[in-house]
Ligand binder design. Structure first.
Ligand code: F6R
Length: 241
């Protein structure tokens, strides 16, 4: 694992965006695995800025998002499809038809997951996977459990995740209880992985991810086994390392 230490969130966002920028320049038709949440927002802002300056072209890029709440309409302001459109896709020249997010409206979980795995398979491999890190060590919505889940699956969100995500909803009761998420195997198959981690409240879990045992109780610890992971983290997040 490579650790890229940054001064603060702004610096983190610029450095993470630079890695993605290099990927898009080197391979204009690359497959980007993307994440939602607060951590990558600054990264997307930087990429938009460089796109607007004419430094980046996303017209041939395909994107595959990690996860989506089950039951939310794509135009619901809390859905991850909405998040991606408003925070990134609407501001760059990516073809919307080349952007994929699990279908939160599919009530048949098995079908939703099977369909998404097919999409991932048809893309022939993610070139660069961007990840955030949950307070309990989750990546995507792969919550702590007894096994590392392989493909796309439907998860019951843990109280810790519901609590962390309630800030985006009117009340905790509004946070969906289930989500579809890419599995650990699909994440691990990405050629390159970039994890953005910011803030003191992530310091303890980041230490476990990097230095602790590899265990599905800390899902991100599996990243220790990947050959090309860069953790871009600010000083606060690295304060326990
Ligand atoms: C989002 C996702 C989650 C988040 C994680 C951290 O698509 O897959 O794993 O990356 O919950 O969220 P933030 O960045 O809001 O702390």
């Amino acid at each position: 694992m490579k650790i890229c230490r940054t001064k603060d969130y702004k610096d983190l966002s610029r450095k993470a965006a630079n890695i993605i920028r290099a990927q898009v320049i080197m391979k204009p038709d690359c497959i980007l695995g993307l994440a939602t949440g607060s951590s990558p927002v600054g990264t997307y802002e930087k990429l938009i800025e460089w796109y607007k300056k004419g430094d980046l072209d996303f017209s041939k890029v395909t994107s595959i998002n990690l996860d989506e709440y089950k039951g939310l309409q794509p135009d619901n302001s809390q859905s991850y499809r909405y998040f991606m459109n408003t925070n990134f896709f609407d501001h760059i020249n990516i073809e919307k038809s080349n952007t994929f997010v699990p279908d939160g409206l599919e009530t048949d979980s098995e079908k939703a997951c099977r369909d998404y795995d097919k999409i991932i398979e048809n893309c022939n491999g993610v070139d660069l996977q961007l990840l955030g890190l949950g307070h309990n060590g989750h990546i995507g919505f792969n919550e702590p459990s007894d096994v590392f889940p392989s493909g796309t699956h439907c998860v019951d969100l843990t109280p810790s995740t519901i609590n962390a995500n309630k800030r985006f909803f009117d009340s905790e009761a509004d946070v969906p209880r289930q989500a579809y998420t890419m599995g650990i195997r699909s994440i691990m198959l990405a050629k390159k992985i970039v994890v953005v981690v910011s803030g003191r409240e992530k310091a303890e879990i980041l230490k476990k991810v990097v230095c602790g045992p590899i265990t599905p109780q800390v899902p991100a610890s599996v990243l220790q086994l990947h050959g090309d992971v860069t953790i871009v983290a600010d000083e606060a997040a690295l304060s326990q390392l």
